[in-house]
Design a protein around this ligand. Sequence first.
Ligand code: ZN
Length: 322
Amino acid sequence: MKITEDIHQLKVPMSRNPLGKTYSYLFKNSKTLIDTGVPTEEAYQGLRKELNKHGLQPQDIENIIITHLHNDHIGLVETLQGYGAKVMASTIAAEKQASIRDLSEVFFEQTVAETKLFGGAEYLDLLYKYEFAFRDAPNPITIDRTLSDGETLKLEGIEFEVIYTPGHAQEHIVLHDKADRILFSGDHVLPKITSHVSCHSYEARDPLNEYLTSLDKIKDMDVKHVYPAHEWDFTDLKGRVEQLYKHHGDRLMEMKAPLKDGPKTVYQIGSIVHWDSRPWPEMSFWTKRMAATETYAHLIYLRNKGEIQEETRNNTLYYSLV
Ligand SMILES: [Zn+2]
């Protein structure tokens, strides 16, 4: 889809994911892409076909800007980098890539400890069965140029303001094309689904607080069009941000409510929430694990605001009203 003479939205298929595709954005003059899609042959061929429509080959891409390090955004980076493209991402992204191997060595042990902490001891047998999957160290990608918050990135025919928007991912950035009043929002703001905001027990962070602060940062921006990495483009940025505030506000109340009956674990609270995807009993352990880290992010937020308290008993966290 043509956005301006220079800017084009490319569809990169992802048929095994319910989202169906990642949008990659092509800037023809500078031969630059924002995000790349998953690391599959299907995605590569899809991207190749989309580039062909513009008289380009994957080998012609000179720059890739990555909004964040999730697989559906960085999947084809290694291939394109092999052809000579330069990769740009936030400073945090570069720091994370540098420590990826050290972290993956302890990933399984951390996941076992976290499952216990969250009150999910009943899932440990299942987790041990899949230990092998945690032992596969991912390949770090090389980031050639780091981008910092507020920086102006000048490429041929286009200029972006880089805005650091941690929350969905700690390293997330969005890109503001001021001249065209366009925001490339990555997964920070999507038109319908709410971005997954999660926290692990071994991270000393408050991702929901980061996320809401990152929404504050963009909500009053003067943009006429938002181009996200999934779903579809939209115009009312402020209206969408208001909906996201409400969603998280409602969810915080929903998670606090069961605590009036006494202390609860992360898994207990997660099992009571009304999830958009499917009801808790129908979720696989892997989906429950994602829901648990999302629950935990909300609990950490409430704890840090002083609205609930946390205590550890027998290696399990319990939350209660103050
Ligand atoms: Zn994504």
